[in-house]
Ligand binder design. Structure first.
Ligand SMILES: NC(=O)C1=CN([C@@H]2O[C@H](COP(=O)(O)OP(=O)(O)OC[C@H]3O[C@@H](n4cnc5c(N)ncnc54)[C@H](OP(=O)(O)O)[C@@H]3O)[C@@H](O)[C@H]2O)C=CC1
Ligand SMILES: CC(C)CCC[C@@H](C)[C@H]1CC[C@H]2C3=C(CC[C@]12C)[C@@]1(C)CCC(=O)C[C@@H]1CC3
Length: 383
């Protein structure tokens, strides 16, 4: 067990002898007994010392910025350092390296794990190594460092098999046939983290399942969309265009993560559970894409193509790409996974997050789209 673990405070916070902190507001007998009177008001609460694995990435960096604003002490652990921010300590390394992780997790009580290889990668071995073996290493390092809470960024796609999901709840079974390697390993990763939750060991875990994260600095959704439009390939709507999908503004995803960390206590329903975090405003996939495209000066797609035809072609192209891989590397734009995401309903209920952690999206979709479009002046048509 981690260094210094002593007991669970009746208020739900975990008390640690090594640097215990009590504010005037939370002062149970348990806390009073263990309080170091010299440290009581000056030292930042240990519950506010966190590490973000993947903190250089799109979501991770937004999370880091918000945690710093909220007065957390932040360590970033990432394979690359993408920026500098006062109050943030960077640790560069691979999360599969336990020793490197241990340095970043020292004195930390909350860990956010939001690192993953890019979903568009086709490197199966990399997904296995980072998302599965690496997550085992993260859990082990958390135990060794005495971390109390682990918040995993999972994905709502862990239940998606390429067919319609309408208002899906967290109790849907994991996909038996996940849409790609990425999702296959996200399922295993989520299982590992949730199974590691142990009130006895004082190690609490929760998984956040966002869907279709977008916002400033996103390296995927808007850049891929614009690239496709610039190559003249965004003329067609796959299917009848009525399919509803969740797109979630990055600040709402961050809000869900922080609420989860703050509500995760030994006596809370969050322990070992997964939570959908969405904008709670399902939108027609093609309306959303059109609003982004038109906002950036491109034309919206207009012509309809049958879903099964496009899916069949995408499957064929993917097979050809796999067969030709030893000779030439082809990366089709319309992969079967993207076609399935673009042509089916898939939106999720976040009622559980509302009930258990008081989640409400902070930024509505309309405002989120405006902010996102404004943040990409370099991707406007003609730039
Ligand atoms: N974007 C989306 O729509 C959704 C994302 N998610 C999940 O959210 C999380 C964050 O995604 P997002 O911010 O979009 O992704 P990013 O790729 O922007 O961020 C992930 C970060 O993790 C880093 N990383 C990758 N491998 C390792 C490793 N072995 N050791 C340390 N760091 C590593 C990446 O570095 P590098 O870039 O160099 O690889 C990157 O900085 C992921 O877990 C993803 O599965 C879930 C649902 C939807
Ligand atoms: C070329 C067009 C048909 C589609 C362009 C937009 C897509 C790049 C995005 C639309 C839905 C997005 C999405 C993800 C990545 C980007 C999209 C495919 C994820 C796969 C990212 C990782 C996840 O966990 C699930 C996401 C679902 C939605």
């Amino acid at each position: 067990m981690g260094i210094g673990f002593s007991a669970l405070c009746p208020y739900g916070s975990v008390c640690f002898l090594r640097d215990h902190y009590c504010s005037a507001r939370v002062s149970s007998d348990c806390c009073k007994e263990r309080r170091d009177p010299h440290m009581a008001t000056r030292v930042r609460p240990s519950s506010k010392r966190c590490a973000i694995i993947g903190g250089s990435g799109f979501l991770g960096r937004h999370l880091v910025e918000r945690l710093v604003d909220k007065g957390y002490t932040v360590n970033v652990f990432d394979i690359r350092q993408a920026y500098e921010l006062p109050g943030v300590t960077f640790h560069q390394g691979d999360l599969c390296d336990r020793q490197a992780l241990l340095v970043a997790l020292k004195e930390v009580s909350v860990v956010f794990h939001c690192a993953s290889p890019a979903p568009a990668s086709d490197d199966r071995a990399l997904f296995q190594r980072v998302n599965i073996d690496g997550t085992r290493t993260v859990i082990q390092a958390c135990h060794e460092a005495g971390v109390q809470k682990l918040i995993l960024t999972s994905s709502a796609s862990v239940v998606f098999e390429g067919t319609d999901i309408k208002n899906g709840r967290e109790d849907l079974p994991y996909a038996k046939k996940p849409i790609d390697y990425y999702t296959e390993t996200k399922i295993q990763q989520e299982k590992l983290v949730l199974e590691a939750c142990s009130k006895d060991k004082g190690f609490l875990t929760v998984a956040i399942r966002p869907h279709g994260i977008f916002g400033p600095r996103d390296p995927q959704l808007v850049p891929i969309l614009v690239d496709t439009a610039r190559r003249g390939k965004m003329k067609f709507i796959i299917g009848d265009g009525s399919n509803l999908v969740d797109f979630t503004y990055v600040e709402n995803v961050v809000h869900g993560h922080i609420l989860a960390a703050e509500h995760l206590k030994a006596d809370s329903p969050l322990c070992g559970q997964a939570y959908h975090i969405t904008n709670d405003e399902p939108v027609r996939f093609w309306d959303f894409m059109s609003q982004i495209l038109v906002g950036l000066g491109y034309s919206a797609p207009r012509y309809h193509l049958p879903y099964t035809l496009v899916y069949g072609i995408a499957l064929l192209l993917w097979l050809i790409a796999v067969l030709l891989r030893p000779l030439i590397r082809i990366k089709p734009t319309f992969t079967p996974m993207r076609v399935a995401l673009a042509g089916t309903h898939h939106y999720y209920s976040c009622a559980r997050a509302k009930k258990d952690m008081g989640y409400q999206p902070l930024v509505p979709l309309r405002e989120a789209i405006v902010r996102t479009v404004e943040s990409y002046p370099h991707l406007r048509k003609g730039k």
